[in-house]
Design a protein around this ligand. Structure first.
Ligand code: B12
Ligand code: SF4
Length: 531
């Protein structure tokens, strides 16, 4: 084992830990924007990336990578945390300083710091904290104490763990340097077979869906800033910095269409640009916003947006209301899916299995509803309470959490139960849902209709067929098989479930006070929007 190093110009190895056993990984690879973003804050130091998602793991090679490194900076979502800690342990054996940041370090820093291989955890927005910490490690900032670095968790010499006060959010997102894309050079990321990249135009979300951890992630200790945007100038700069060969660019914004007028400017900018108009795009939006602003869908089409992710969640209004999504109604969702599909934009829908209050029969109705929408892709998610959220606290207090193993928090396995459904019920229903959606023949029929019309608005997809077959269909099929999802898990009860009528509700939805979390109703949250 090497002695701990005290370097001046350091070599930093950035690590995106191992892929999950289940999840989106087989069908969707996207460069780690978080690591590119923090690496840009310390350009004077060497930067290398090891991305377990796209690189073959070889013990000797990885060990050699760690051996060269002074600092190892690891990102981690909740379900990846055990893989992240494995990396920290290997790095520690080689005498490296280890830093873990990202969602899990923010939501459960105590768990991360409890592992002796982790020297530091960076909570919340990473840029400034990482910069100050690296300056501290390389001795640049004489006199700075670890206690002075907001957003940092560290271990005192006596082994006790300190969690410094939270880091205030940066008001001006434009002030951060452009992400360091040189660290992904030579690595191939693909989405549906297309070379993919990712950019971010805003951070945070003004809504507060009950199951979502975004609000806890982008939480400002003082001002309650909830949502920040980059300027159009900056967005164009970022788009133009992408490798010309990229074919699909995903907007990583939590909620891309919070402000339709801002999005209009971005879409028109993309359509007018010769350089970026060659790419295809995807983003996450909301049913209510697209329902109330159908013109946005046309602009998306023009700007070559090919896929929109929508949280459809449930057929049952009682669940949508309880989720804090009362402006989403099943009728609006159906209308928006039809609008997008008629413009040749594929819809990736998210549906929750077993929201508290939903019985088995209601879940079966949800599955039939999802099938009736003919979505091009769907992600069924067992109701999941991420640590650090109010929802988790509430479920814990009610004795509903059945697994504390974070590997189960991968949105494929149930980690809780509800009054109506056990953990085993939820796991079984997940399998049924996927089998009924993808394997019963209807899916292939409605997708083939879209694919096989090369002259319609889906012509773009026809051209991408080989990649789609290889990554999405074959990758997806392997994933389903590995999870034991087969046609024979579909029950007679599900087959016999009919869809109840849901009437059209064309009411106008606005971002109103009721849609806000309770604590923000008195003092409205701050939205920082750049022109
Ligand atoms: C793009 C995206 C993906 C992409 C790529 C993910 C990736 N690993 O890069 C794809 C589509 C593949 C994906 C898949 C999944 N995702 Co995802 N994804 C996102 C999304 C939309 C954007 C992430 C992003 O790039 N943000 C922008 C960057 C700049 O922000 P950031 O990552 O938070 O990084 C900042 C800080 O966290 C911190 N930081 C982060 N890492 C580090 C490391 C160090 C050392 C330091 C110092 C700081 C630091 O500094 C950064 C700058 O401030 C988020 C929602 C969101 N908008 O954040 C969900 C989200 C991260 N995904 C989520 C989940 C659950 C998943 C899946 C498990 C879903 C599934 N079942 O398949 C898989 C897991 C795949 C995997 N193995 O990584 C959850 C995570 C919840 C949690 N508690 O962990 C989120 C929050 C969505 C949600 N609302 O629930 N995802
Ligand atoms: S709209 Fe999306 S990002 Fe915003 S709180 Fe709801 S689920 Fe989270």
């Amino acid at each position: 084992m090497k002695a701990m190093k005290v370097p001046v110009n350091m070599d930093i190895l950035y690590v995106n830990p191992a892929s999950l056993k289940s999840g989106l990984d087989p069908i969707s690879e996207s460069p780690p924007l978080n690591l590119m973003t923090i690496a840009a804050m310390v350009p004077e130091h060497g930067a290398r990336l090891f991305d377990f998602k796209v690189e073959e793991y070889d013990e000797n090679r990885f060990s050699a990578e760690l051996n060269q490194a002074d600092v190892v900076a690891i990102t981690s979502l909740t379900p990846q945390i055990h893989a992240a800690l494995d990396v920290a342990r290997l790095a520690k054996e080689q005498g490296c300083t280890t830093i873990v940041g990202g969602y899990h370090a923010t939501l459960d820093p105590g768990f991360v710091m409890n592992d002796p291989s982790v020297d530091y955890a960076v909570r919340g927005e990473g840029e400034h904290t990482f910069h100050e910490l690296i300056d501290y490690i390389d001795g640049k900032t004489q006199g700075t104490r670890l206690e002075d670095i907001d957003g940092l968790s560290f271990r005192h010499n006596d082994g006790t763990i300190a969690h410094n006060k939270p880091r205030a959010l940066e008001c001006d997102l434009d002030s951060f340097p452009l992400p360091r894309r040189d660290i992904i050079a030579g690595k191939e990321y693909r989405f549906m077979g297309a070379r993919s990249d990712v950019i971010e135009t805003s951070r945070g979300c003004p809504h507060d869906c009950r199951f979502c951890c975004i609000v806890k992630m982008w939480h400002d200790p003082g001002q309650k800033i909830r949502y920040r945007t980059k300027s159009l100038h900056r967005i164009v700069q970022e788009l133009e910095s992408l490798d010309k060969k990229k074919e699909f660019v995903f907007f990583a914004d939590d909620n891309f269409t919070v402000n339709p007028n801002r999005v209009k400017t971005i879409l028109e900018g993309i359509t007018a640009s010769k350089r970026t108009h060659k790419m295809n795009y995807g983003a996450q939006s909301r049913v209510d916003v697209l329902h109330d602003n159908p013109w946005l869908v046309k602009l998306m089409r023009k700007a070559k947006f090919r896929q929109i992710f929508l949280g459809i969640e449930s057929l049952h209004q009682q669940s949508l209301d309880a989720m804090n999504k009362k402006h989403t109604t099943p009728a609006k969702a159906r209308h928006v899916v039809q609008m997008l599909s008629s413009e040749g934009i594929s819809v990736f829908g998210g549906m929750i299995i077993g929201f508290p209050g939903e019985t088995r029969e209601m879940v079966y109705q949800n599955i039939q509803y999802a099938k009736s929408l003919q979505l091009s892709m769907i992600q069924f998610t067992p109701i999941t309470a991420f640590p650090g959220t109010d929802f988790h606290e509430e479920m814990e207090a009610r004795g509903m959490i059945t697994s504390t193993d974070y590997r189960d928090y991968d949105l494929f396995h149930a980690m809780m139960r509800t009054e109506q459904l056990s953990t085993e019920d939820l796991n079984g229903l997940m399998k049924e849902a996927y089998a009924a959606y993808y394997l019963d023949g209807d899916y292939i029929k409605h997708e083939a209709k879209k694919f096989l019309n090369p002259f319609g608005k889906w012509g773009w997809l026809f051209k991408k067929l080989p990649g789609v077959i290889k990554q999405f269909l074959l990758g997806g099929a392997t994933m389903l098989k590995e999870q034991g999802i087969m046609r024979d898990v579909i029950s007679e009860e599900l087959k016999g479930t009919t869809l109840p009528d849901f009437t059209d509700n064309q009411e106008k939805s606005e971002l109103d006070v009721d849609a806000m979390p309770r604590e923000h109703r008195v003092a409205p949250p701050v939205f920082l929007e750049q022109q």
